[in-house]
Write a protein that binds this ligand. Structure first.
Ligand SMILES: NC(=O)c1ccc[n+]([C@@H]2O[C@H](COP(=O)([O-])OP(=O)(O)OC[C@H]3O[C@@H](n4cnc5c(N)ncnc54)[C@H](O)[C@@H]3O)[C@@H](O)[C@H]2O)c1
Ligand SMILES: O=C(O)CC[C@@H](O)C(=O)O
Length: 527
């Protein structure tokens, strides 16, 4: 098997290259590619590692014929078109905990710089001016810090600010009351935060809800003389509105690490005496860059080599420890999905997946994803584990999972029910001690079948002579039978046969099987 190949498109700490190499992943470093150049070469890679400079646009993703994973060495994934990546079945992962402390520390540094005019005081002192009375600052002690977005970084900022004896209030609709108590912050509405805060610090992702959250209207509601810190994303602030508020004195100062357009070579806020700027340095510490580079390389290598999924934005996580445990179940789930998918000829409406016994105690989200992949693949070649849940949703297929620890006839069982416009199909499978998947029930009929690459599936009336006629027909056409599994609901009633054959079944032979007396349906299935 050839080694997977990763492109590192932004500046990453050199340890990342070493990790990829040590783990058996080929790696190329090409920093500063123009968008067109990236589009031209991306088809040659299984993985793309980026920071914030490289934009993984829909165009890049469309050209990325072999891409399986995009790794963001950092937190914000707004430079990656997640929708396009998901639709193409590309896993997108980030490293949410590698640079959080560094960014929180930068936020505190920016707040202090702002409170004490340090950047300008530094510049004028170097210039030989001694402007002692010009730079009278304010204390942080006992001031109210309003945190907008109290997640990973916001909560570390809250902790550090409390160390400085600030009172911390937070607006975050997703922050639970219990977590707020744990963090020692007062959870408030945005209006209240704007009214009460002496300093406001932004820590939300850039989303449709948060874009421009700090605009003229919000700034007008703030306490006169408020100070704003933004170490999250530039788009959270309407820069023209902030400039107007700075000019009027409504805002006493702003410390900005991020800008609406980056790299920010020009900006209306540049050179404002009350604005402190840094060039997106929030995550720029030796420690953070080591952490994110190592983490992204480990995560991408684990994914490409073992199918382990960590910190994925668009798919369920699978730890390196879980991956081998889930592996035989992944095969079983995919086969059950593929069985039902190939037997389905009309639109699927509902999918019910029951996990019974041992499997119910495992991480079943990836199993459901791969089962849906198997189910939808006959209709849609581009479907994979990443996009299958989304594809199902887009097609209005209702997916439900039921788990029960209780063991039935088997110590572990996955049962799949698929309701289409016309009928319901049920199939169940287990793992035997050899960890090989077995189908143990089809349409309520017990069977014991291992699924091979080429299968013949027949439903027929349980009548004497049928098995002989089927065997003879296949033999006459020089089709060799590898395994033959049978089941029936009751003597003389519905029966099923799952026959593994060596090589593909010619279409005309399916028609001949279909024409045998008592056959209700004959189908070739591939796994
Ligand atoms: N300057 C830098 O170099 C740098 C470094 C790392 C992260 N960041 C940015 O910092 C920001 C925060 O990162 P994080 O890791 O803390 O993210 P996070 O996802 O852990 O936290 C974000 C918080 O924002 C909250 N939130 C979401 N929508 C909201 C809304 N409409 N109103 C209020 N709160 C909302 C969420 O509930 C969550 O608690 C991101 O924008 C990230 O890209 C910047
Ligand atoms: O890579 C960087 O320097 C910035 C990273 C930061 O914006 C992030 O979201 O993690």
């Amino acid at each position: 098997m050839s080694k997977p190949k990763v492109l590192i498109a932004d500046e990453l700490a050199p340890e990342a290259v070493q990790i990829f190499k040590d783990r058996g992943v080929e790696v190329e470093v090409k920093v500063g590619l123009k968008p067109k150049e990236l589009v031209e070469i991306i088809a040659g890679f299984d993985g793309l590692a980026v920071r914030s400079a490289t934009k993984a646009t829909a165009e890049v993703i469309a050209a990325a014929k072999n891409l399986k994973v995009i790794g963001r060495a950092g937190i914000g994934v707004d430079n990656i078109d997640i929708k396009a990546a998901t639709a193409r079945g590309i896993c997108v992962m980030n490293t949410p905990f590698g640079n959080n402390i560094t960014t929180a520390e930068h936020t505190i540094a920016m707040m202090m710089a702002l409170a004490r005019h340090i950047p300008l005081a530094d510049r004028t002192t170097h210039d030989g001016k001694w402007e002692k009375s010009r730079f009278v600052g304010v204390e942080l002690y006992a001031k109210t810090l309003g945190i907008v977005g109290c997640g990973n970084i916001g909560s570390i900022v809250a902790d550090r600010a409390q160390g400085l004896k600030m009172k911390v209030i937070a607006f975050d609709p997703f922050l639970s009351a219990e977590r707020a108590v744990d963090l020692g912050v007062e959870k408030v509405e945005l209006e209240t935060l704007l009214k009460r805060a002496d300093f406001i610090s932004l820590h939300t992702p850039l989303t449709e809800q948060t874009r421009g959250i700090i605009n003229a209207e919000a700034l007008a509601k703030c306490r006169p003389g408020v100070r704003l810190v933004n170490c999250a994303r530039g788009g959270l602030v309407v820069e023209a509105d902030l400039k107007a508020a700075l000019d009027s004195g409504q805002v006493a100062g702003a410390a900005l690490d991020v800008f609406s357009e980056e790299p920010a070579k020009a900006n209306i806020l540049f050179n404002h005496p009350n604005v402190v700027c840094t060039p997106h340095l929030g995550a720029s510490s030796t420690e953070a860059q080591f952490n994110v580079a190592v983490q992204v390389a480990e995560q991408m290598a684990d994914f490409l080599l073992h199918g382990a999924v960590t910190n994925a934005i668009n798919m369920a996580s699978v730890t390196v420890e879980e991956a081998p445990r889930l592996k035989p179940y992944m095969k079983l789930a995919e086969q059950l999905g593929a069985f039902a998918g190939q037997a389905t000829e009309t639109g699927i409406r509902r999918v019910i997946i029951e996990y019974e016994g041992h499997v119910a105690g495992l991480n079943t989200r990836p199993l459901t994803a791969i089962l849906l992949q198997g189910l939808l693949k006959p209709q849609l070649d581009s479907v994979n584990m990443v996009n299958a849940p989304l594809v199902a949703k887009e097609r209005d297929i209702e997916v439900s999972e039921v788990k029960t620890d209780r063991e039935g006839d088997f110590h572990t069982l996955i049962r799949l029910g698929v309701e289409s416009e016309k009928w319901r199909r049920d199939v169940a499978g287990t793992l035997f001690a050899d960890q090989r998947p077995r189908v143990v029930e089809i349409k309520g009929i017990k069977i014991d079948a291992e699924l091979g690459p080429n299968m013949l599936y027949v439903t027929n009336e349980d009548k004497p002579g049928f098995i002989g006629r089927l065997g003879t027909l296949l033999g006459d056409h020089k089709v060799n039978i590898a395994t033959f599994a049978l089941g029936r609901s009751a003597p003389g009633q519905d029966a099923i046969a799952l026959v593994e054959i060596d090589g593909a079944l010619p279409n005309h032979l399916i028609d001949e099987v279909q024409a045998l007396p008592g056959v209700k349906q004959a189908k070739a299935l591939n796994f």
